[in-house]
Design a protein around this ligand. Structure first.
Ligand SMILES: [Zn+2]
Ligand SMILES: [Zn+2]
Length: 367
């Protein structure tokens, strides 16, 4: 029997966007995540067709299972596209991911709903010759890591994760087994100069500080968020650190807020209102839309990172000490052209036994 293990990134390899990873374990063909990317406003999906150029797959229907790590669009938004190619695939995600996804995909969610099975953390699902379980990944509510046992080997796909707690979710809780193969969403694995400070990203502190000073000067703030779920995170942060601030929230972010609250995750305070209510006095607008052209409001970019920084990424891999680490979701360091990577640090570590693969999209590897 064929016991080979093949990995191929269909998108989101050495970049962020369209995360989708094909994993062939013997006769099992799996997809890890199914996201979209965008460059300068143009949407791009994973290169599904590259799969048919390999000897590993003749038909998309041979992919039996898709595991969706979390609801961010770069990991989830191409799911309807894939299910058009393979309407039979079984898709697994947590309840919370399903909730956030249904709010984000809107009408398109109805077309994929019947393929989805909800899974809980630590739940195990048995597949022929595979045992699979799911683990809390931190990062955003509902985010999961997927652990697959195949022929006695443990393969862990992290998805986006954080080893620190965020406003809305606790830190990653790793399975208590030896990991042989780690498929790592290592956003900062090549950013040696990127450092977080404590539990709060420095970008987040900057946003809060700017809002604080603007409101004190009697000015209103327009804060644009890039991901809807980050808007929710910002609301809880502003409520916590600037409890007097009046926040007006756009419809799309509001929708997710309601989903969270339905699942008993408390977000709103008395100072939070839908944007349809007319704001008076200095206030904060949280929106996924571009700011109005002529406005006296202070415009803020509400983007911040919910990922481990370089040092914690190194620590994470050092601790797991897998035989093989496949690093994806890992853009190069544009700002500093730094050459130091996770791999270079651990190569000089006598206790590390890990060999690294930084795959390109469309390039298959035998693990
Ligand atoms: Zn994410
Ligand atoms: Zn991501």
């Amino acid at each position: 029997m064929d016991g080979r293990m093949i990995f191929m990134a269909l998108g989101g390899a050495q970049e962020v966007g369209a995360s989708c990873y094909f994993l062939k374990l013997g006769e099992n063909n799996l997809l890890l995540d199914c996201g979209c990317g965008s460059t300068r406003g143009i949407r791009f999906a994973p290169q599904f067709s590259a799969l048919l150029d390999t000897p590993y797959l003749q038909d998309f229907h041979q992919v039996s299972h898709v595991f969706l790590s979390h609801a961010h669009l770069d990991h989830s938004a191409a799911l309807p596209d894939f299910l058009e190619l393979n309407e039979r695939a079984a898709v697994y995600m947590t309840d919370l991911t399903r909730e956030i996804l249904s709010a984000q995909l809107e009408d398109r969610f109805a077309t994929i709903e019947r393929n989805i099975s909800s899974v809980a953390f630590l739940q195990k699902i048995p597949l022929p010759r595979l045992s699979i379980s799911f683990h809390q990944a931190g990062h955003i509510p509902g985010a999961m890591m997927t652990l697959i046992n195949f022929r006695g080997k443990n393969i862990l796909y992290t998805g986006d994760y954080s080893t620190f707690p965020t406003q809305l979710v606790g830190s990653a809780l790793l399975p208590n087994v030896k990991i042989d193969i780690l498929i790592l969403c290592g956003l900062h694995a090549r950013h040696p100069n990127y450092r977080r400070f404590g539990d709060t990203d420095s970008a987040l502190k900057k946003i809060l500080r700017k809002i604080y000073y603007a409101l004190r000067r009697g000015k209103s703030v327009y804060c644009r968020v890039t991901q809807i779920s980050k808007g929710v995170e910002l609301i809880t942060l502003i409520n916590k650190f600037l409890p007097q601030a009046e926040i007006f929230i756009d419809e799309r972010v509001m929708k997710i807020v309601h989903r969270f609250e339905n699942l008993h995750i408390r977000i709103m305070s008395a100072q939070n209102h839908p944007l349809s209510v007319l704001p008076r006095g200095p206030h904060v607008i949280l929106s996924t839309m571009p700011p109005p052209l002529h406005s006296s409001m202070e415009i803020l970019n509400g983007d911040f990172s919910l990922h481990d920084d370089f040092i914690t990424t190194v620590e994470f891999v050092r601790r797991l000490n897998p035989t093989v680490c496949v690093v994806v979701h890992s853009p190069p360091d544009k700002l500093f052209h730094a050459r130091t990577t996770l791999e270079q640090v651990l190569i000089n570590d006598p206790d590390s036994r890990t060999s690294f693969i930084f795959p390109q999209t469309g390039e298959p590897f035998e693990l």
